[in-house]
Design a protein around this ligand. Structure first.
Ligand code: G6P
Length: 611
């Protein structure tokens, strides 16, 4: 959601900025723009894709050694050229880009209107920019000082980058709640919402913290807090290669990421799980093991697909560790004055580590004395940094908007965590522990095996591509997978889909069943098998079209369903890591056959940095 890029140095800025914007396209956006400085400010912006901006810019004067660029996901004001960023201040001297929401913008706008300011857009960003310019002019101070004063007056979330005609080498940047990474080069600096825009130029980065302000020049990076005190920048070395953020021969990032799962799950388990030795090494858990052992409950907070991983974890942790687990939508949890006791453990699950609702939810819970444990994919992200402990999923960069490999990584980490805690609590038998360790170790190979049959799912997708609705049903460990399958399908193919516990289907959704409704059953062999066979019968009796994800050799369901996809046998606790994969493929192929831009579906954002 909103991508931010900046460059100051010896190179031509425009190619760096525009390439950076393409790298950030995955975040979700509806307009794009750049600002350059060459004599005066040059601002080019356009509704639509970065490619359209590039076309629009052909033939324009692009020479500049400093530049800022933005992809906007509309909040205040419709997607349009005039609402696109960068915005230019009323006096035309400053340009700014912004990711986030200024909550008290209306009050500030009123003050500025009373002073005679006119606005050319509907955005909160233009208000903040003119507010900064007003302070700069009235206080006769430099831009850095004006930004600092302005930020003390505003509430909300922001990452802002500003350039000033009168200081043509400097970018002023600040953040609160929205991410900012600064790449450190020799005689140059790069700025981005994540590290992807700077990956081919430098591996040395500084993750800027909330309430910090950066003064960035080609040879200098100064970090300060809002009290004007200098902070020593902490330089981190990126452990990421360029190939990880490129398509590598696949048509789409989503497909690449689905097919990467055998290796991404393997990377997640590597160095942690050793089934033969009977060990799981997770330092984040080890450091907090007493807290986990004595926890009277665990609260999992997350959004979207990560929330579904949390639901699977609820089943696993309660079963293995006998600790009560609650799974909460972060957006609800943060606002409903929840009961959080000292010693409660909050597990925050997030691919991006930047989801605004999840971030604020854990900040509040931390203030109330809870221990925060982060399960995050993006290394160095905000959630990872504010957590007391955690475990990375190590799935590598996930670019497709729909989360796939990060989800299976989350399931792998959560399962290892549960096993480790259960072992320490002695709430699991040695036999079961060993069996599950071997089961977990075998997952990458099994995912690899089922991916070899992706063509089968493609054929199913083509058969049902004209469906207008779909139902996804599952029980037990596969119930959250049914929810996830429905979410994926609606995100990627725009087909209306709902997920339900299979038995709950009788309390409403069954009214929708006709001979044109596809009903996807996630029904791998488990302790609910007989029950779900009955649920399939109930759908068949009403002429519903059954697509079943089942275990190899399951002749009972195979005989009942219209279409089946087989997954290798696995313990019911491990099965979700397999059964989710055909559903990812189903949504991908449905999206493709229906002509959807699957990596960037409409209105969706990869990293939801506003609440
Ligand atoms: C967005 C993404 C989803 C993701 C959700 C939570 O909606 O499109 O794929 O599951 O945010 O994001 P997080 O980064 O916190 O896992």
């Amino acid at each position: 959601m909103c991508g931010i890029v900046g460059y100051t140095g010896y190179r031509e800025a425009y190619p760096v900025v525009i390439k950076g914007l393409k790298r950030l396209e995955y975040r979700g956006y509806d307009s794009a723009g750049v600002a350059l400085l060459n004599g005066g400010l040059k601002v080019y912006k356009k509704q639509g894709r970065v490619a359209e901006l590039e076309e629009f810019i052909v033939g324009k004067d692009l020479h500049s050694h400093i530049g800022i660029g933005h992809t906007r996901w509309a909040t205040h004001g419709e997607p349009s050229d005039r609402n696109a960023h960068p915005h230019t201040s009323a006096k035309g001297k400053l340009a700014m880009i912004h990711n986030g929401i200024i909550e008290n913008y209306a009050q500030i706008k009123k003050e500025l209107l009373n002073k005679g300011y006119l606005f050319t857009s509907d955005t909160d960003t233009e208000v903040l920019l003119n507010f900064i310019e007003d302070i700069k002019v009235n206080n006769e101070c430099n831009l850095e000082e004006a930004v600092r004063i302005a930020l003390k007056r505003i509430s909300g979330a922001y990452c802002i980058l500003l350039i000033d005609e009168s200081d043509p080498e400097t970018i002023i940047a600040a953040r609160k709640g929205s991410p900012l990474v600064i790449g450190v080069g020799k005689g140059e600096h790069f700025l981005g919402s994540d590290a992807s825009p700077m990956l081919e130029y430098t591996k040395e980065v500084v993750y800027v913290n909330d309430y910090e302000l950066a003064i960035v020049r080609p040879d200098e990076l100064i970090l300060k807090n809002l009290g004007n005190e200098k902070i020593t920048p902490f330089v981190t070395k990126l452990d990421m290669e360029l190939a990880a953020i490129e398509k590598g021969g696949y048509d789409h990032f989503m497909l690449k990421e689905i097919f990467e799962q055998p290796s991404s799950i393997h990377d997640c388990l590597r160095g942690r799980l050793d089934a033969s030795a009977g060990t799981i090494t997770m330092s984040g858990i080890e450091q907090n093991i007493e807290a986990f052992k004595s926890a009277s409950r665990i609260i999992i907070v997350a959004c979207g697909t990560s929330w579904h991983a949390g639901l699977v974890a609820e089943y696993i942790i309660e079963e293995l560790c006998r600790i009560p687990v609650e799974v909460e939508y972060a957006s609800e949890f943060r606002y409903r004055n929840p009961v959080v006791n000292k010693g409660d453990i909050i597990i925050a699950i997030s691919q991006s580590g930047e989801t605004a609702d999840t971030l604020v939810a854990i900040e509040r819970a931390k203030e109330q004395g809870a221990i925060i444990f982060g399960i995050v994919n993006a290394v160095g992200s905000s959630i990872a940094r504010i957590s007391n402990g955690g475990a990375y999923t190590h799935a590598g960069p996930e670019i497709g908007v729909a989360s796939t490999k990060a989800f299976t990584g989350q399931l792998a980490v959560l399962t290892m965590m549960a096993l480790k805690i259960a072992k320490k609590k002695s709430s699991i038998t040695d036999e079961r522990y060993t069996q599950l360790l071997f089961e977990l170790e075998a997952v990458p190979e099994k995912v690899d095996a089922l991916l070899k049959n992706a063509g089968k799912i493609k054929a199913i997708a083509e058969k049902y591509k004209d469906a207008t609705d779909a139902l996804f049903l599952g029980r037990g460990y596969n119930f959250p997978i049914a929810l996830e399958g429905a979410l994926k399908l609606k995100e990627i193919s725009y087909i209306h889909a709902e997920g339900y516990p299979a038995a709950e289907m009788k309390h409403g959704p069954i009214a929708l069943v006709t001979d044109t409704l596809p009903v996807v059953f996630v029904a791998t062999k488990d302790s609910y098998h007989e029950k779900i066979v009955s649920n399939i019968q109930e759908i068949k009796a009403r002429k519903g079209l059954v697509i079943a994800i089942i275990t190899e050799g399951d002749e009972v369901i195979a005989a009942l369903a219209n279409d089946v996809f087989f997954v290798p046998p696995a313990d019911e606790m491990i099965a979700p890591m397999l059964s989710c994969v055909p559903l990812q493929l189903l949504s991908y192929y449905m999206g493709i056959t229906r002509g959807v831009d699957v990596d960037k579906p409409r209105n969706l954002a990869k990293s939801v940095t506003v609440e």
